[in-house]
Design a protein around this ligand. Structure first.
Ligand code: AGP
Length: 369
């Protein structure tokens, strides 16, 4: 079994460390660097069909829903098409507004999640075009959608999704480039710049993984906390949700993700000297805003674990502990910030002695309602 895990103690850790390669596999063979475009023929949508889309709905569960939330930012920013994100178990019972100009994107690692499959069938019945972002080749969802965009992360065994999530973010970025090029909102130069940023990601992920030992020490310091709060803004808010979900799933510590600007409307009441608060504060357009949210936490005695851009000394002076990751630009930062959050959940769970790869009450793929 140790051999199957490639020398790692758990599949989850192996899969976290596989992420640079997984991302490389997601992008390999798809980049048209000269044209500033990508090749996604398996989606089976022509430029004319892409131009006919008036609205996009993205439907998923759990971690895949978190990647959908990031996708909304990318698509609305670059393609100027309204994007709605829904949880599959809600969508299927909601009488959603869908017609033949709606593109329904479903996201699923396994391709077998019952709620997501039902949402896909419902949308198809109402005339939507459907595309599945899927990891498992030839799974039910991949087969039933009109088109597919495989993530190519390789088999994910750990119940807590890691490399599948990160490759979903990459797939959504590729999808955004393709859509933007087809509808004309992304010009060739922008497409080229987006691709140039993307090809750096595997190398940056390697660097982000170098935080592993430091994260392990941090995990020791906070392992006895009863609750954790995770804060982020914009595209990093879904990453806060994902960080909290990872911790809950494998360490059984209660954790909540929140948009940093919303903290003052309630959760700030929870903050005391016992409360670790993970703050995602990379250098980007809302940096100053998040910094001031972080200061509000510190002023109330909260214990800030800041995840910031490499070389940010200002954060290091203020937070109780700091983890630096190379973020290089705003849009791909969510991918890199995910790494220390996965590692934090992992090491806390190992210290607690839980069954990391098979946490209680959970199944890798939820094929029942
Ligand atoms: C992730 O860590 C979870 N175990 C879970 O939320 C999962 O993402 C969800 O069940 C969706 O699975 P899918 O991507 O295979 O559809």
């Amino acid at each position: 079994l140790m051999a199957e895990k490639g020398g790692y103690k758990h599949f989850m850790l192996k899969e976290i460390f596989e992420q640079p390669r997984a991302v490389q596999d997601t992008i390999t063979g798809r980049l048209l660097e000269e044209q500033g475009d990508v090749r996604l023929e398996e989606m089976k949508l022509s430029d004319a069909e892409l131009r006919g889309i008036s609205r996009i709905c993205i439907v998923a569960c759990g971690t895949s829903w978190h990647s959908a939330l990031v996708g909304k930012f990318l698509m609305e920013e670059h393609c100027r098409i309204p994007v709605e994100v829904d949880i599959a178990s809600e969508f299927r019972y909601r009488n959603p507004v869908i017609d033949d100009t709606t593109l329904l994107l479903v996201i699923s690692q396994s391709g077998e999640t019952a709620d997501t499959l039902a949402a896909l069938r419902e949308a198809k019945a109402r005339g939507a075009k459907t595309v599945a972002i899927c990891n498992v080749v030839d799974s039910s969802i991949a087969r039933e959608a009109h088109g597919v965009l495989y993530t190519h992360a390789g088999p994910e065994i750990g119940v807590a999704s890691t490399k599948a999530f990160v490759t979903q973010l990459v797939a959504l970025y590729l999808f955004t480039i393709r859509l933007g090029r087809a509808v004309g909102t992304i010009d060739q130069a922008t497409g080229r710049a987006m691709i140039a940023a993307l090809v750096k990601v595997p190398g940056l992920l390697e660097k982000a993984l170098e935080t592993n030992e430091q994260v392990e020490k941090i995990a020791r310091r906070y392992v006895n906390a009863r609750d954790f709060l995770y804060l982020g803004r914009g595209m990093n808010y879904p990453i806060a949700l994902e960080g909290a979900l990872k911790l809950k799933e494998i360490s059984y510590i209660h954790a909540e993700g929140y948009p940093a600007g919303e903290m003052k409307h309630g959760p700030i009441a929870l903050i005391d000297e016992e409360m670790p608060v993970v703050v995602l504060v990379p250098k980007n357009s809302t940096y100053e805003k998040v910094l001031s949210n972080m200061e509000e936490v510190i002023a109330r005695g909260g214990r800030v674990i800041a995840i910031c851009s490499a070389g940010d000394d200002e954060i290091a002076k203020k937070a109780e502990v700091t983890l630096e990751v190379p973020t290089d630009g705003e849009e791909l930062a969510p991918i890199l910030l995910s790494v220390p959050l996965q590692l934090l959940a992992y090491h806390v769970a190992v210290l607690k002695g839980t069954d990391v790869d098979q946490p209680r009450n959970l199944a890798k793929s939820v094929t029942v309602e």
